[in-house]
Write a protein that binds this ligand. Structure first.
Ligand SMILES: Cc1ncc(COP(=O)(O)O)c(C=O)c1O
Length: 403
């Protein structure tokens, strides 16, 4: 369809070589779902499969020993990357953010908590498990409002013994939970805990998690340039209160006819029943190492994304009839047209090689039930994107929204 290069496209920024395997006319703008994997990440998985394809945590032979040391190094790197203390936190691996949140919530003890609190603007992976948790504990579930700047509106006195679960970055418009540290402090003062859904935070905005004191942080490695994998970083104090009910191989040091003893020195294993996704875990180490050093266009990743986001935000803002959901530029921008359904726009964009999301992005309560929005079109930018991708997208959007 509209694949002609517009006159004003500047090729001033070339794609990072780590993504040179991507076709130049594929414009992938769905990094909020899954980021593309840079070559070193792909290579790290291949290295595992070719050189030491063994399980971890169980064997004495050399491939398995290598897996153990790499997995341990990844756990430590994750905790460091989040600016948390190795003494206080444990890093465990799971399937994805959703599974991590469910794993914690489903094993919280009864009788310790008086209420469940979340916000109106949560992904279903927080929204739904908090409904289930409140029912299981037989307590109230309270929905607090997120303001336009991302902060949570609340009164400290209303946080009594609460399990609070919140995203630290919105997957609709990139809003950051700017008062995260204060919420955690207040929740702790009131005898509660805070579990953070950091799915959209970890790739580029993890600074807001540094030293935040959250009781647990759940995220998906596949949204931070690594392979498909979930990560739970949890305070040892909270982990020790869980009633472990998801259980199996690799977690115990003794089993009797009717009982068992969890491994006392390997707390991370308490959330890891069975064999793990070793290649994926190793890819996370590689992704973090890559993120720490990559300089797209000579810039730090957040600065680079900010530059592209502003261009996309400004370009989309000038298109007549297009409404911007965001209040500010962000690497995640949602829009809608008053005339053309978002799913049709996504299909038109796809015909021009531009891959974006349309719909409610698993935020059905907030977008559909509360705000009564039509389906949205979401552009989410990653480090593989270039200035050219942004210009092409704006040009095609101008054409297809003319109606
Ligand atoms: C804010 C947020 N939380 C949770 C999730 C769920 O992530 P996953 O599907 O990897 O579990 C997503 C996915 O897009 C998300 O954006």
């Amino acid at each position: 369809m509209f694949r002609r290069k517009p006159e004003n496209v500047k090729n001033s920024i070339i794609r990072l070589p780590e993504f040179s395997y991507m076709k130049s006319d594929d414009i992938y703008l769905d990094s909020s779902c899954q980021s593309p994997r840079p070559q070193p990440v792909i290579d790290s998985m291949s290295e595992y499969y070719k050189k030491f394809n063994a399980c971890g945590g169980r064997v004495k032979y050399k491939w398995g020993q290598k897996v153990d040391s790499e997995v341990e190094a990844t756990r430590e790197l994750v905790i460091d990357y989040l600016g948390l203390s190795q003494q206080d936190y444990v890093c465990s691996f799971t399937l994805n953010t959703t599974y991590g949140i469910n794993t914690i919530l489903s094993q919280l003890p009864r009788d310790k908590y008086a209420q469940v609190i979340t916000s109106d603007a949560e992904h279903n992976s927080v929204f739904l498990p908090t409904i289930v948790l409140a029912k299981r504990l037989g307590v109230n579930r309270k929905l607090l409002n997120r303001n336009d700047y991302g902060g949570l509106n609340y009164d400290k006195n209303d946080l009594n013994r609460a399990v609070i679960v919140l995203n630290s970055t919105s997957n609709i418009d990139g809003r950051l939970l700017v008062n995260l540290k204060q919420i955690i402090k207040d929740a702790h003062d009131m005898g509660g805990i805070v579990i953070v859904d950091a799915a959209q935070t970890v790739a580029h905005f993890h600074d807001i998690l540094k030293g935040c004191g959250a009781d647990a942080i759940c995220f998906s490695a596949h949204k931070m340039y690594a392979a498909s994998l979930g990560v739970v970083v949890i305070k040892k104090d909270l982990l020790k209160t869980l009633i472990i009910g998801l259980i199996g191989g690799g977690m115990v040091i003794a089993v009797t006819e009717q009982n068992y003893t969890l491994h006392p020195d390997d707390l991370a294993s308490w959330l890891e029943p069975g064999l793990q996704a070793y290649a994926e875990i190793l890819s996370l180490k590689s992704a973090i190492e890559w993120l720490k050093t990559v300089r797209p266009n000579g810039q730090a990743p957040p600065e680079y994304l900010e530059m592209l986001s502003k261009k996309l935000f400004d370009g989309l803002s000038e298109i007549p009839g297009l409404e911007i959901f965001n209040t500010a530029p962000s690497s995640v921008i949602s829009v809608y047209s008053r005339k053309i359904d978002a799913h049709r726009l996504a299909t038109f964009l796809s015909a021009s090689g531009i891959m974006v999301r349309s719909g409610y992005f698993c935020c059905h309560y907030y977008l559909l039930e509360k705000l009564k929005m039509p389906p949205l079109l979401r552009f989410s930018i990653g480090l593989h994107n270039t200035e050219d991708d942004i210009y092409q997208t704006i040009e095609v959007m101008k054409k297809i929204t003319k109606g």
